[in-house]
Ligand binder design. Structure first.
Ligand SMILES: NC(=O)c1ccc[n+]([C@@H]2O[C@H](COP(=O)([O-])OP(=O)(O)OC[C@H]3O[C@@H](n4cnc5c(N)ncnc54)[C@H](OP(=O)(O)O)[C@@H]3O)[C@@H](O)[C@H]2O)c1
Length: 318
């Protein structure tokens, strides 16, 4: 299997069809050796894009700290082969400057992220979410400063509604720092970005990277029959992000997708990722692997032919 790369909008950047996010599986509870193996195997597989944020952990900051340790011990010589992202905009530290979209928060947070990751610069720095109380000009101004200061090579946006994304793109372009890509949640169970956010990406000719492509594991078949496997995210009662109730709510739809996958002879995980890659606006799908095995499994989705029309139709009707 060899990794396919897609051009990120109209930029010079190519990203792998499968990218690796460090939201959950690189915090303090994770085993350091497993984390090292996942990054090393990702590089072997051509998965050279690593997505972080200031608050990834647990606790917040722990994923960047671990990534920094690994960069120093193992991957420093490969820095130019890697495309590394971080973000600011969710709660990171106490007080009025530890959250949202002010210039103060974004630029202080970027400096902290660089220190934790032991990097001179990141490849892309995102506004992690729009801030309804900060002028868009201020948040975009902070991204522009980040790029012009050399601390980030590109600017990115995450979870912006279409109208704000379009305005933000215009501001960034005007400053000579065009938006590289938009990061959006998209998977078979959550298609909320389809009506307006994805078309806006197409209109602005930026890249697009989609997160939680496996709905945090629900689209892998691991929760079949409503059982929560030991060690899974939904079985972790300390995780606020996926729980037994969410799995139970989606059980019927998951079973339908599983049946379609079985009939097509395609593993559900691969089907879910290939379904996302059908869209020309999408540059990369951003998975979160907890083990090397999961990473390898997800990587099989690259370089595959388009899904047959009857499978696409069945998924559409599901
Ligand atoms: N911009 C944003 O606001 C935002 C928000 C969320 C995420 N993100 C980014 O998107 C990345 C991915 O998000 P995500 O973790 O929700 O992605 P995901 O790929 O939908 O879910 C990851 C989880 O799915 C399971 N999994 C993955 N591959 C598997 C396989 N082959 N077989 C069985 N199970 C598998 C694992 O669950 P278990 O741990 O249960 O084994 C893994 O922890 C994050 O790391 C982050 O970088 C961004």
């Amino acid at each position: 299997m060899s990794m396919n790369y897609r051009r990120c909008g109209r930029s010079g950047v190519l990203l792998p069809e499968i990218s690796l996010g460090l939201w959950h599986n690189f915090g303090q509870p994770a085993r350091h050796e497993e984390c090292r193996s996942i990054i090393a195997r990702a590089m072997e597989l051509g998965i050279c894009h690593f997505d972080l944020a200031n608050n990834y952990g647990p606790p917040p900051g722990a994923a960047e700290t671990r990534f920094g340790e690994l960069m120093q011990s193992d991957f420093a010589a490969h820095r130019d082969e890697m495309f590394i992202a971080t973000k600011a905009g969710h709660l990171m530290w106490n007080g009025p400057y530890g959250d949202w979209g002010s210039r103060k928060h974004l630029l202080a947070s970027l400096d902290q992220s660089l220190r934790r990751m032991k990097l001179d610069y990141v490849d892309v720095f995102y506004s992690h979410r729009p801030d309804p109380d900060t002028p868009l000009e201020e948040t975009m101004g902070a991204l522009i400063t980040a790029v012009k200061s050399g601390k980030a090579l590109y600017a990115g946006l995450s979870k912006y509604p279409a109208h704000l994304f379009t305005r933000a793109c215009a501001m960034l372009k005007e400053a000579g720092v065009p938006c590289l890509l938009h990061q959006l949640r998209y998977n078979l169970l959550d298609r909320a970005c389809e009506p307006s956010q994805l078309p806006a990406v197409g209109e602005q000719h930026t890249g697009c990277i989609v997160f939680s492509p496996l709905a945090q594991g629900m689209l892998t078949g691991k929760y079949a029959g409503g059982v929560l496997p030991v060690g899974s995210r939904a079985a972790d009662s300390t995780s606020p992000f996926l729980n037994a109730d969410q799995v139970a709510t989606q059980a019927e739809r998951i079973a339908t997708f599983q049946r379609i996958a079985d009939e097509a002879g395609i593993p559900l995980t691969q089907l879910a990722l290939r379904w996302l890659l059908r869209r020309p606006e999408i540059t990369s799908v951003l998975i979160g692997a907890r083990t090397v095995q999961q990473l390898e499994d997800c990587a099989t989705a690259t370089g595959q032919p388009p899904l047959p029309q009857d499978v696409l139709d069945a998924l559409e009707q599901a």
